[in-house]
Design a protein around this ligand. Structure first.
Ligand code: HEC
Ligand code: HEC
Length: 382
């Protein structure tokens, strides 16, 4: 456990967002609560894997790290705000004990007032600070006058989801062109803060994808091969499970654009929004038992600009965002040559310099390593 934790925390520090997946597994079942559609979970409960849990001991073990990330982002602090370095089980810090009381309070609020739905979370009160304000804020400037009444009620009519998705598929080259490509190898650079690291993405239809980053500490791999997902960093490899596995599967779906409709039970247009300076349509896709996904499509070009994903945890949902940019036509299809993955804890960008399509990729690239003892992936647990 100690080694796993160490490598996990190391990876967290090094490549936080995407590669944190080893630490971030989770589908939620709040303790004592009934999430709308609880996902059956056969893995060990947290109390079996960790030493000193009192409130979260009955949640699936793989939800502890996502929950801790949720707390950390909600309060805008580091792990050491509550924890003694290298000894997460210790209760020496008052902040940790307060946090435990806060969890109990939060579950009680939701149970007593919201049928145990996760309506009030740490973030509801804390909003990114450890010291929430309880009085209304006085603004620095006078409030702006109300918007001109002429705009009121004049909502432009929106296209439907089918039209937006069709336009997207057309924009990237059309279904036929898209399906003519069966493999893709992308080479580029991943920038994380000031650091730039070589990255190679191997993708194969219908649903295999392996990302290899050369970090100063060695290779870091995030992969899904159609059956299982795994990630390895500075330590042994870990299976990817829960909501993070959903995300990896979607990343790996080679014909994702054409598959959005098939993958989700319901896709709905929610309105218009901005992504940077672009106007976009916002679509929300849902499937029972999974966190929703928000898609932002460029109003003009029809291209996918942003995808916002959520991973459920026992304390709230961890958001992550992927922004796609620099679409270029390559062998008849348009693909993004740049994407940025952002989470509350940080962001990184992958810039592609070279793309090869329909080349053979060695099968061994997609072979899952054996899971370390005690961390076997359970295919039935999603
Ligand atoms: C605001 C306080 C707070 C922050 C910040 C926080 N934790 Fe925790 N952590 C807790 C509390 C409280 C528990 C015990 C929960 C319980 O009793 O069920 C806990 C338990 C744990 C445990 C289980 C230890 C054991 O063996 O019993 C681990 C591991 C852990 N946290 C890791 C982390 C990591 C990694 C981070 C940073 C990403 C982090 N925590 C950030 C409050 C915090
Ligand atoms: C209903 C609002 C509310 C919710 C929900 C809430 N908190 Fe708090 N929390 C507060 C307030 C208010 C304070 C400050 C109390 C004070 O100043 O004594 C506080 C203080 C804290 C502190 C002490 C900070 C310090 O500087 O010592 C910690 C740690 C904390 N909360 C963690 C959490 C965690 C973790 C969650 C989610 C499980 C959570 N809180 C949910 C309102 C909330």
């Amino acid at each position: 456990m100690r080694d796993t934790l160490k490598s996990t925390v190391l990876t967290l520090a090094l490549l936080a967002p995407m590669l944190v997946t080893a630490a971030v597994r989770g589908q939620s079942n709040p303790p004592g609560g009934s999430q709308s559609t609880p996902t059956p979970h056969e893995g060990p409960v947290a109390g079996q894997r960790f030493k000193n849990l009192q409130v979260l001991k009955d949640v699936p073990a793989d939800q502890i790290f996502p929950a801790m990330q949720f707390i950390t982002a909600s309060l805008g602090v580091e792990c050491t705000f509550c924890h003694v370095e290298g000894a997460f089980e210790k209760d020496d810090k008052e902040e940790k004990q307060t946090a435990r009381k806060m969890m109990t309070m939060m579950f009680a609020i939701n149970k007593d007032n919201f049928d145990a739905r996760q309506e009030v979370t740490c973030y509801t009160c804390h909003k990114g600070t450890s010291d929430p304000v309880s009085t209304p804020v006085i603004a620095e400037t006078a409030p702006k006058p109300e918007e001109e009444a002429t705009n009121a009620g004049a909502k432009p009519s929106l296209p439907n989801a089918g039209e937006i998705l069709d336009k997207y598929v057309q924009a990237i080259g059309g279904s036929d062109a898209v399906h003519k490509i069966t493999t893709r190898v992308e080479k580029g650079t991943m920038t994380f803060g000031p650091a730039g690291m070589p990255v190679v993405v191997y993708a194969k239809a219908p649903d295999a994808r392996v990302t290899v980053v050369q970090t100063p500490r060695g290779q870091s791999v995030t992969a899904y091969n159609g059956e299982s997902g795994w990630m390895s960093g500075a330590g042994p490899s870990h299976p990817i499970t829960g909501g993070e596995l959903d995300n990896e599967k979607r990343n790996a779906d080679f014909y994702f654009a054409a598959d959005i409709v098939k993958e989700f039970q319901q896709v709905r247009v929610m309105g218009e929004d901005k992504v940077g300076d672009r106007d976009a349509y916002l679509l929300v896709a849902r499937s029972p038992g999974h966190a929703p996904v928000r898609f932002y499509f460029d109003k003009d070009s029809g291209l996918l600009l942003r995808e916002m994903r959520f991973v459920n945890t026992p304390l709230g949902r961890n958001p992550s965002e992927v922004d796609y940019a620099d679409y270029r036509e390559t062998d008849g299809v348009k693909i993004p040559y740049q994407w940025t993955i952002a989470r509350p804890g940080g962001r990184f960008t992958i810039k592609i310099a070279e793309v090869q399509q329909n080349v053979a990729i060695d099968e061994s690239k997609f072979a899952a390593p054996p899971p370390p003892p005690g961390m076997e992936a359970k295919p039935g647990t999603r």
